[in-house]
Design a protein around this ligand. Structure first.
Ligand SMILES: [Zn+2]
Ligand SMILES: [Zn+2]
Length: 258
């Protein structure tokens, strides 16, 4: 499985910045997990291949450019863009984003080929298919309804925590799995901001270090993501100091293969 954390911004030469402001992972060039930077960072080839987007929760950094992405493709979509999310998240997207005020309700609109956007409700705790991938969604502990994901392509399996603080069910599912290859987990705030991390339901390096004790570590890669851009260097240093084997910070723009 090829996974790219899409860059959020680029420098004047077009080189991706390391700071992550928006969240969007691209799997095998065709399935997106969240859509923060989806309209900004895809190549033209990738843009033509993405047909499925899984939205873990409706926070702006995860959906910021989803409306623009569908708008850009509006006249050319020959099949609807499928947005996979829990029923709760679909309702929030309809109420707060695609509400005719912030942006058009694309799920009600058609182009010359037919509907342009289709919601696909995802079950909780039950496997479902997205393109060639098998996916399981697990509720995690964030301030709005949010799911973590375990994604498998038959060869390899990767878990995405999405945004979360201390949680239980996610680890139960991961610990039951044979052969998990990578865990992409959030580390949002530096340790000195533990209070803010707690109320906004995110990890700091210290709380992430505690949390990872719940994981029966089998040698998988652990990639820290969602580091708040303003505090990136501080968070990176604190993650390094944890000395957890195979823990590293995921680089936007780089393609990882598992
Ligand atoms: Zn969030
Ligand atoms: Zn977020």
């Amino acid at each position: 499985m090829r996974i790219q954390l899409l860059p959020s911004t680029f420098d004047a030469q077009g080189v991706a910045n390391l700071e992550q402001r928006l969240t969007c992972f691209l799997i095998d060039d065709c399935v997106a997990v969240d859509a923060g930077s989806i309209a900004i960072a895809l190549t033209n080839e990738q843009r033509s291949k993405v047909k499925d987007i899984i939205v873990t929760h409706p926070h702006m950094d995860h959906v910021a450019s989803l409306p623009i992405f569908i708008d850009d493709l509006y006249p050319s979509l020959q099949q609807p863009m499928r947005v996979h999310a829990t029923q709760e998240v679909i309702q929030l997207l309809e109420r707060d984003v695609f509400n005719w005020n912030v942006y058009p309700r694309f799920s009600d609109l058609k182009n010359d080929y037919g509907p342009v956007m289709q919601y696909v409700p995802i079950p909780i705790g039950e496997p479902f298919k997205v393109a060639h991938l098998n996916v399981v969604a697990v509720p995690v502990n964030h301030i709005v309804p949010t799911v973590g994901l375990v994604v498998s392509d038959g060869q390899s399996s990767v878990a995405f925590s999405s945004d979360t603080a201390e949680t239980e069910e996610f680890w139960k599912i991961l610990n039951k799995m044979k052969g998990l290859d990578a865990l992409l987990i959030e580390a949002s705030f530096p340790d000195r901001m533990a209070k803010l991390a707690e109320v906004s339901r995110h990890f700091t390096p210290a709380s992430l270090g505690q949390e990872l004790k719940k994981l029966n570590h089998n040698g998988m890669d652990i990639m820290a993501v969602h580091l708040k851009a303003t505090y990136r260097d501080e968070i990176v240093a604190q993650l390094d100091a944890l000395n957890i084997p195979k823990l590293s910070v995921m680089e936007p723009g780089r393609i990882y293969e598992w």
